[in-house]
Design a protein around this ligand. Structure first.
Ligand code: SF4
Ligand code: SF4
Ligand code: SF4
Length: 311
């Protein structure tokens, strides 16, 4: 356990209804545990006489009904097991991620390594507000990232490939957003509807549609709770390193400008998002311009020389 995180200030120790007991929340980025860690956790809970462990909604594990007198040795065992004390206060708390490309066939980005890198760099950093970070491999938002203070979503944009489209319409049938319609054998794409899931690219039977690589759309200011709101777009970048750098810049700005006692979502005006984007650009973080992300269309076979039929 980090010696700076004393028992009194450790965010992962939570009071519970029974005032003689407390809850110990763990640090488990992306909810990933090895079989050995899982077995070790079972052993620790059994020897501590705990009746159960609890899987939380944010991919952490909590040990309820802990006797505060036993907490020191318990935390030492948990740290040795690789499942150390987590966070819960005004700090960066457990990083949540869906499986991404590790297992999900819909994913556009890798998520586990990104979650672990964000955890390694930023977990437990004290801030004026609680900071949740979530990552989803595609816009299906299984990790609820846009309801987090910082969200990262994997996206892929379909790209133009003039002249080879057969006009079969598979992409239009695949698109759940009705963003593609066929007009005179040509694709017509409605950018306002497209969520950049990349499914049309995957399902084109003739490999006509392509994408220009996975991208990381970063949103800030999401909120769960009684009055949930979706985070707003801050920047879209092309590499996990750039995504980590953007998250670092947001945390830095939050540390310097946000006030305690107000949710981060209510303080976005203080963050000066345009200024933050300019800072990112000055640091060499190349945000993908919205125009470059714009959906393009393909032309029907034999239509070379015509302008594409853009929506
Ligand atoms: S958000 Fe997308 S990539 Fe992640 S689990 Fe859900 S469908 Fe799969
Ligand atoms: S990338 Fe856009 S156009 Fe293609 S299937 Fe997804 S929402 Fe539809
Ligand atoms: S882009 Fe592919 S799926 Fe869509 S109409 Fe053309 S050939 Fe068919």
């Amino acid at each position: 356990m980090d010696p700076r995180r004393t028992l009194e200030s450790a965010g992962g120790i939570i009071t519970q209804r029974d005032p003689r007991r407390c809850i110990v929340r763990l640090r488990t980025p992306a909810g990933l545990l090895t079989p050995a860690q899982l077995e070790g956790l079972g052993r620790i809970a059994r020897r501590a006489g705990l009746p159960a462990v609890h899987l939380t909604t944010r991919q952490t594990i909590e040990l309820p009904d802990v006797d505060p007198e036993t907490i020191g040795p318990l935390l030492a065992k948990l740290a040795r097991n690789g499942t150390p004390l987590g966070a819960e206060r005004n700090e960066v708390v457990n990083v949540v991620a869906c499986p991404g490309t590790a297992t999900c066939r819909l994913a556009s980005i890798e998520t586990y390594a990104l979650a672990q890198e964000l955890d390694r760099r930023f977990f437990g950093i004290e801030l004026p507000v609680k900071m949740r970070i979530g990552i989803s491999g595609c816009p299906n938002m299984c990790a609820g990232e846009r309801l987090c203070e910082i969200g990262i979503t994997g996206i892929r944009r379909p790209l133009r490939d003039d002249g080879r489209c057969t006009g079969c319409g598979t992409c239009a049938n695949t698109c759940r957003e009705d963003a593609i319609v066929m007009v005179n054998g040509c694709l017509s794409l409605d950018e306002s509807r497209c969520v950049a899931c990349g499914m049309c690219v995957d399902y084109c039977p003739f490999a006509v549609l392509a994408d220009d690589g996975p991208q990381y759309r970063i949103t800030i200011g999401g909120r769960r709770g009684r009055h949930p709101v979706l985070g707003v777009d801050l920047a879209t970048v092309r590499t996990p390193e750039e995504a980590v750098a953007v998250v670092g810049a947001v945390l830095d700005r939050c540390y310097r400008r946000a006030y305690a006692g107000r949710h981060f979502a209510d303080q976005l005006d203080l963050m000066d998002l345009d200024g933050l984007r300019a800072d990112l650009a000055a640091r060499g973080i190349r945000a993908v311009e919205p125009d470059c992300l714009a959906l393009s269309s393909t032309r029907a076979a034999g239509s070379e020389g015509r302008e594409p039929d853009l929506a």
